[in-house]
Design a protein around this ligand. Sequence first.
Ligand code: GLN
Length: 277
Amino acid sequence: MLAWLQAGVSLADCQRRSPLDALETRMLLMQVSGLSRIQLITQDDTRLSAEQAAQLERLLQRRLQGEPMAYLSGTREFFGLDFITTAAVLIPRPDTELLVELALQQAPPAGALLDLGTGSGAIAIAVAHQRPDLKVSAVDLSPAALAIARQNAQRLLPQNPPELLQSDWYGALPGRRFHCIVSNPPYIVKDDPHLSQGDLRFEPLNALTDHGDGLSAYRRIIDGAAAHLQPQGWILLEHGYDQAEPVRQLLQQAGFEQVQSWRDLAGIERVSGGQLY
Ligand code: GLN
């Protein structure tokens, strides 16, 4: 219980006394008050109602327990779009914008693109938003994740929603071929200590780890690629900071050409891919 957090407390007092840092406090205050960032500064003598104070208290407590900001606000910005994010889906990461950029470069005009393990739909929807010429399909094993992806598609791309299917990788796609296949699959090694730290504690475990050596999703995706790529189609796979070499190896073993990796903004090899002739 925060004793100062009562009906009638001003926004200025909330900002002074919040146990969170200034940025997170501002985000929660915007959510509770409905005011913009600027209004929060120019109208900081605004007082919270009893209801708003109680709501802020609940949000502060959840954040102090470690719950990610994206789940408290219910949205996260990715590729310039505001995605609904609940605990059913991985929170979209800025790193993943690299995968979207590469997909936009490699997908041929009017081509078909497939996103495997779409989660919130961030990758598929960002690509479809930039490239209305493409036919974008996306699958996920989790019905709860697909429900969020559907909401995001409806909200962000009502005219041109991607096809969304429940599927265990290529399971629901027999005989279908794509010009570009992309994925940010679960790649964290079983029992990696990061799984019990920070935001990851609250994210869906099956979106983070393969419960194995971290490469099993890549084996499944790469093994199935020959039956689902068009001639000269590209595969682009996001991976962990130390997985570029093993993923390139899997691609080479499967007969891919032009096998290469691309670096993210931090200079880390983050996406690997290749082309199948
Ligand atoms: N990028 C996430 C992390 O390490 C993991 C996501 C994934 O497994 N695809 O925080």
